[in-house]
Ligand binder design. Structure first.
Ligand code: SF4
Length: 357
């Protein structure tokens, strides 16, 4: 019998309790005091889960607080314009999350009379809610006895079970969810799942797990935890150069509404489109920066340009002093604030280094 089958066979309620007891004791003493842990409101928990995808906790906290102040419930978010939603998300990056959260709020208000479903199956019918998010809300808002597998719990579980399958493969993911379920008890999923996440965030960390202080060390099967989890080889990073125009006149700046990566947000007009090209005398960029997004490393180059361009449906002049209310992705916002020499435009938090702004 292999290790995985053996563990499944011995996961009796007594053994689960023996595993959970020191973990929960550790959580009471060292667990993180996170704002979304102080509520059972499915809306607030859903907001935190959307924000935490791809983004670190410290970055999310100020955005979460500000978001709940501006949009305290599904109804207020459903009423908001896309412009206001993207502006509130500005700096968190991966804006599809904001659009999906907005669409979910509208669906809850208009199709479900404002009531968020308790059923995982129903939750997964809402925009942007996959298995992990549905399980997280079911566990943290409704205390349903369901496992969760995200970056922190995945790392802990692969090490506890010495799982050598790639966790980004179908077989690896399936096994992880099975392991997560095998350690769950019926009554305290909310606390237990929080404990497993915090263990991954604070002790069972990526490169240097602190096994010496780990509350579940005696249950751990990892032979060489630093090498876990195993992942398939990552796609190579692609380098891009993106050229944009800096066009200002009479206290206004020309921006274009993106229909691609930053759909709905306002960016410096792309060059090489619609005849916009850097003139021969302006070949040297005024501003250059590098930013990552998914598997890309993009170099943003901004060139001064004349104001002869015609404003079309995608392009508009904005008063520079009103830019605070305009959703602009961080790489472009940094270029604009730098080139205009104005203090950093308002934003609730610090941009996450992994995000595309
Ligand atoms: S003993 Fe080490 S590898 Fe195992 S769960 Fe604890 S911190 Fe992680």
């Amino acid at each position: 019998m292999d290790v995985e089958r053996l563990l499944k066979a011995v996961a009796t309620p007594e053994k689960i309790r023996a595993f959970q007891r020191p973990l929960l004791r550790w959580l009471r003493r060292y667990g993180r005091n996170l704002p979304w842990r102080r509520t059972r409101d499915p809306y607030a928990i859903l907001v935190s889960e959307f924000m935490l995808q791809q983004t670190q906790v410290a970055t999310v906290i100020p955005y979460y607080d500000e978001w709940l102040r501006r949009f305290p419930d599904f109804a207020s978010l459903a009423r908001a314009s896309e412009n206001d939603v993207l502006r509130a998300w500005q700096g968190l990056g991966y804006y599809a999350r904001a659009r999906n959260l907005h669409a979910t709020a509208k669906a809850v208000v208009h199709r479900r009379r404002g009531r968020f479903p308790r059923s995982i199956e129903q939750m997964q019918k809402l925009p942007g809610i996959g298995k992990y998010t549905a399980h997280a809300v079911a566990s943290f808002a409704f205390n349903q006895s369901v496992p969760i597998v995200e970056a922190n719990t995945a790392r802990v579980l692969t090490r506890l079970f010495n799982l050598r399958k790639a966790i980004d493969s179908v077989a690896g993911r399936t096994t992880l969810w099975e392991h997560a379920a095998s350690l769950l008890s019926k009554s305290n999923a909310r606390i237990y799942n929080s404990a497993l996440m915090d263990l991954g965030a604070l002790v069972c960390i990526p490169r240097k797990p602190n096994c010496g202080i780990c509350p579940v060390k005696k249950f751990c099967l990892a032979k060489n935890p630093k090498t876990l989890p195993v992942r398939k080889s990552r796609p190579r990073t692609t380098r891009l150069v993106e050229k944009h125009a800096f066009v200002v006149r009479q206290g206004k700046i020309l921006l274009e509404q993106s229909s691609k990566r930053w759909r709905g947000m306002w960016i410096l007009p792309p060059l090489k489109l619609d005849g916009l090209k850097p003139s021969n005398s302006q070949q040297r960029p005024l501003y250059t920066s590098v930013f990552p997004f998914t598997h890309h490393r993009a170099t943003l180059q901004v060139f001064r340009h004349g104001a002869q361009e015609i404003t079309n449906e995608q392009r508009r002049w904005f008063r520079i002093r009103s830019l605070d209310s305009v959703p602009i992705p961080s790489p472009h916002l940094r270029a604009i604030t730098d080139l205009l020499g104005v203090p950093r435009l308002r934003g609730p938090g610090v941009r996450t280094p992994q995000s595309a702004g």
